[in-house]
Design a protein around this ligand. Structure first.
Ligand SMILES: [Zn+2]
Length: 325
C-alpha cells in the first residue's frame, strides 16, 4: 500500500485561509463555533510547528471580544456565554501566553455558578443542560487558571458524579446509566486525571476493562468509531487515543493502521483533514487528526497533552507556574 505523508504546509495554509473566507456561506453557518474554531486552528498550528501562523494580538482581541458580562465566553461577540467556549477562550489565551489579559475572578465565578450543588455536575450554560462533558470543561478551565482549589468549586462532588456514570461495560456516559461513548470517556477520564484521582478511584481491573472497550473501537480499516456499530471518524482518533494515553494503554491500538487511516482523510490539494476519506475537510477534524498523529508519535509534530488537547510544553509550563507560587 502506498505510504502517504502528512501535508504539513498545506494544512497550515488551510487553517490560515479559514479566517479570510468571510464572503463564504460556511463562514456564517459556523459562526456559532467561531471561538472554538480559533482554538482548533491555533492548536493544530502549534502541533504542526507553526505557532506564529495566526496573528497573536488579533487573536487575543477576538477572545476578549467574546467575553460576556457574566464572566463566561460566547462563540462570537454578542453571543450567550457557554462553558464550551469559555474553555476554548482559556485554552487559546494559555497557548499564546496571555492568561493575564482577562479577569480570572470573573471567569471563575461564571464557572462556579454552573455547578449543581446537589449532584456536583455542571451545566453548560444558564439554561441548565447537565452533562459529564461540562464537568471536564469546568475542571480543565479552572486547572489552566490555577483555581482548582478555589472553595467556590466542589471538586470531590463533581468526581463522585463522574463515577456514577461509569458503566459495567467499562465506559462512561453523559449521565448515570447513559450509554458509553468515547467522547464522554475522554471527558470523564480527563476530569479524573485533572483532579489527580484516576488511580485512586479506578481499580486496575476497571482500567483494563475500559482499555478493552476503547481498543474495540478500531475497525478493520484502521479508523476508530465512538461506540459500537458506528462508522469510523477521524475525531475519535483523538477521543479514544487520548483516553488510552491517560490510562497508559496507548500501545493496545494498531498504530500503523490508524496512522494510515488518518493520512487517508487529508485533502491532498487544499489541505485540512475530513472525518473520513472523501468527505470535506474541516478545522475540527484537522486538529483532532493532527493531535491523534502526535499521540502516535508521528515524526515532525509537537507533543500533544492528552488531558488538555494543547501542546504539552505549554500545559507543563502553565501548570508548573502555579506550583511555584
Ligand atoms: Zn468526527
Amino acid at each position: 500500500m502506498a505510504n502517504s505523508l502528512l501535508h504539513i504546509d498545506k494544512h497550515v495554509s488551510y487553517i490560515q485561509s479559514l479566517d479570510t473566507r468571510k464572503d463564504r456561506l460556511d463562514y456564517h453557518l459556523t459562526s456559532h463555533l467561531r471561538l472554538s474554531g480559533v482554538y482548533w486552528g491555533l492548536t493544530a498550528l502549534h502541533l504542526l510547528n507553526h505557532p506564529t501562523a495566526l496573528p497573536r494580538d488579533a487573536t487575543i482581541e477576538f477572545v476578549k471580544s467574546c467575553q460576556h458580562p457574566n464572566g463566561g465566553f460566547g462563540a462570537s461577540p454578542g453571543h450567550d456565554a457557554h462553558i464550551l467556549y469559555t474553555l476554548s477562550a482559556i485554552q487559546i489565551l494559555a497557548t499564546v501566553d496571555a492568561l493575564g489579559s482577562v479577569s480570572k475572578t470573573n471567569v471563575v465565578s461564571y464557572v462556579a455558578g454552573l455547578q449543581d450543588k446537589d449532584t456536583g455536575c455542571f451545566a453548560g450554560d444558564e439554561w441548565g443542560e447537565m452533562d459529564t462533558r461540562f464537568i471536564y470543561c469546568a475542571l480543565s478551565t479552572l486547572s489552566l487558571l490555577g483555581e482548582l482549589k478555589n472553595p467556590a468549586i466542589d471538586v470531590p462532588k463533581a468526581i463522585s458524579y463522574i463515577l456514577q456514570c461509569l458503566n459495567p461495560d467499562g465506559g462512561f456516559g453523559m449521565a448515570p446509566s447513559a450509554e458509553s461513548h468515547a467522547g464522554q470517556i475522554f471527558t470523564c477520564v480527563g476530569a479524573l486525571v485533572i483532579a489527580g484521582v484516576l488511580k485512586e478511584e479506578m481499580s486496575p481491573d476497571q482500567i483494563d476493562l475500559l482499555g478493552d472497550w476503547l481498543c474495540e473501537r478500531q475497525l478493520p480499516n484502521g479508523g476508530l468509531n465512538g461506540r459500537p456499530e458506528k462508522l469510523e471518524d477521524v475525531c475519535y482518533s483523538w477521543w479514544v487515543l487520548s483516553s488510552l494515553a491517560m490510562i497508559e494503554k496507548l500501545h493496545w491500538i494498531d498504530r500503523d493502521k490508524l496512522v494510515e487511516f488518518i493520512l487517508s482523510c487529508q485533502d491532498d490539494e487544499q489541505g485540512g483533514i475530513a472525518d473520513r476519506k472523501g468527505d470535506m475537510a474541516d478545522v475540527f477534524h484537522t486538529v483532532f487528526g493532527v493531535a491523534g498523529l502526535s499521540l502516535l508519535g508521528y515524526e515532525g509534530l509537537k507533543e500533544v497533552d492528552p488531558v488538555y488537547c494543547m501542546p504539552k510544553e505549554i500545559t507543563e509550563s502553565v501548570l508548573n507556574g502555579y506550583k511555584l507560587v
